[in-house]
Design a protein around this ligand. Structure first.
Ligand code: SF4
Length: 246
């Protein structure tokens, strides 16, 4: 796995401060993957690391190369993490809530960096996020998960425009809209997620679902194909289910 991690698969974690080694310069942390996986000499690795720092938008990359993580701001540290993850041009980048700890301006900058690197290197990105705005901006395909299970999958358009699973519909209803009037309240998803130490039988969403039927408590719904690209795990999709007026 060590020959795959960092080379074929890169990972950007949620919190860049605890993911970077505070005792090593950022330059050393980038060159480490290059000398290990690409057999580069120290000189070649340094050149590539400085190039990567510039590519992710760090100003004066040559002088920043020898600095430590505490000398960087939160947004810059996250850029360093992205530079490390992409240094070997991996085929796949896994980004776990890469902008959660950052303010919206920096968030937008990081997303722009990810987008441009995606098109430049042809890297596939798996983005783990709870922010549907980021999904709308960055993703092509979406997998919605609840209680550790996939409940709906589809293209971005299918998920955002024609959600079929009550959980996906609830997530979208609870978002503020720009055309929403001041008197129109947000609609939350009532209740709390199940305790996964004692996973419920049946559909994991039944205790919070306003469409729940008897069968939902007893049997886990199978995935139903809605279109070639769209599927949902909900008994409402079953051909024998009652028709529901939303
Ligand atoms: S299977 Fe039942 S409880 Fe689960 S989401 Fe569908 S209607 Fe709701």
């Amino acid at each position: 796995m060590q020959s795959i991690r960092g080379k074929d698969i890169g990972m950007v974690f949620q919190d860049p401060m605890t993911s970077l080694n505070p005792t090593m310069t950022v330059g050393r942390q980038i060159t480490e993957v290059l000398t290990k996986h690409q057999n580069m000499t120290a000189q070649e690795a340094k050149r590539r690391a400085i190039e990567m720092l510039g590519m992710v938008g760090i100003p004066h990359p040559a002088s920043r190369f020898s600095q430590y993580p505490h000398e960087f701001s939160g947004g810059m540290r996250q850029r360093v993490m992205i530079a490390i993850a992409l240094a070997c041009r991996p085929a796949l980048l896994i980004a776990d809530e890469p902008t959660t700890a950052l303010d919206v301006t920096i968030q937008a900058q990081i997303l722009r960096v990810l987008k441009s690197l995606q098109s430049e290197f042809g890297t596939s990105i798996i983005l783990i996020t709870h922010d549907l705005g980021i999904v709308a901006d960055l993703c092509d395909r979406v997998i919605v998960m609840y209680a550790g299970q996939i409940v709906e999958t589809g293209t971005k358009r299918e998920i955002l425009k024609q959600p079929q699973h009550p959980y996906t519909q609830g997530l979208l209803r609870s978002l503020p809209r720009i055309d929403q009037s001041k008197d129109e309240p947000l609609v939350p998803i009532y209740g709390t997620p199940p305790d996964l130490a004692k996973p419920p039988e049946g559909c994991p969403f039944w205790a919070r679902c306003s469409f729940a039927m008897h069968i939902c408590q007893q049997r886990q719904p199978e995935s139903t194909t809605i279109s070639e690209t769209h599927s949902a795990s909900c008994w409402l999709q079953h051909p024998l289910a009652q028709e529901v007026t939303r």
